[in-house]
Ligand binder design. Structure first.
Ligand code: DX5
Ligand code: ZN
Length: 220
């Protein structure tokens, strides 16, 4: 199977939670590459979502990789639980973590892709020294906490910065974007150098998941 150049990761946060299995199978059938799962603890962000037991159940009903985005305080204390639950990628916020180096190394040792991310207000140099140890960098293009917000254009320069660094130092680094992604904003992110596109509302609130995924990937 040819691997897509640009990966699309539907964000489950915008799905119909009471029909979660059906929603997951629909996006899988519609061509999703990864499934993006937002973990929020009511502290790092004020919203509260789901944790390892739900992820473990999700793992049983899908074959596509689980891309777990932790919006939690002190991720260094609990990352292993998300690995055990079945995550393929575990991304944590630099602002929330006292030991980013150790946490990235621990994730790698546990056999998953370690990811690091930052809030829109946080300058990109806050993650620069950790890029060497990460397999994925997530550039947030809205304030973490909720789906359905407007894309923040100002974040595009962070994507270009990380792309330039990756091309020189680590060409296989995944550069992911999350927040306000639709076909038009996805194009701007792809052009700036992102290769993993997370989208919640633009997929789950659309009439045709497959078409929305193609449009976001830029294949249509
Ligand atoms: C926001 C989450 C996102 C969110 C994206 O904190 O990290 O993954 O679900 O939703 P949309 O694509 O609707 O902005
Ligand atoms: Zn997310």
């Amino acid at each position: 199977m040819v691997k897509n150049k640009f990966l699309v990761a539907p964000s489950l946060l915008s799905s119909h939670f009471a029909k979660i299995e059906e929603e997951i199978q629909s996006v899988e059938k519609a061509g999703a590459d990864w499934l993006h799962i937002d973990v929020m603890d009511g502290h790092f962000v004020d919203n509260l979502t789901l944790g390892p037991p739900v992820i473990e159940s999700i793992k049983k009903v899908t074959k596509i990789p689980l891309d777990v985005h932790l919006m939690i305080e002190k991720p260094e204390l609990t990352v292993d639980r998300y690995v055990k639950a079945g995550a393929s990628v575990v991304t944590f916020h630099v602002e929330a973590c006292a030991k980013p180096i150790e946490t990235l190394q621990a994730l790698k040792k546990m056999g998953v892709k370690p990811g690091i991310t930052l809030r829109p207000q946080t300058p990109v140099n806050a993650i620069e020294k950790f890029l060497e140890l990460a397999d994925l960098v997530l550039i947030m293009t809205v304030n973490p906490g909720w789906g359905g917000q407007t894309f923040m254009e100002g974040q595009l320069q962070k994507i270009s910065f990380v792309r330039e660094w990756a091309d020189k130092n680590r060409p296989h680094l995944f550069i992911e974007v999350d927040g306000g992604i639709n076909p038009a904003t996805a194009k701007k992110c792809r052009d700036a150098g992102a290769n993993v596109l997370v989208a919640g509302n633009a997929i789950f609130r659309s009439q045709n998941y497959a078409q929305s995924i193609l449009d976001i990937r830029g294949d249509s």
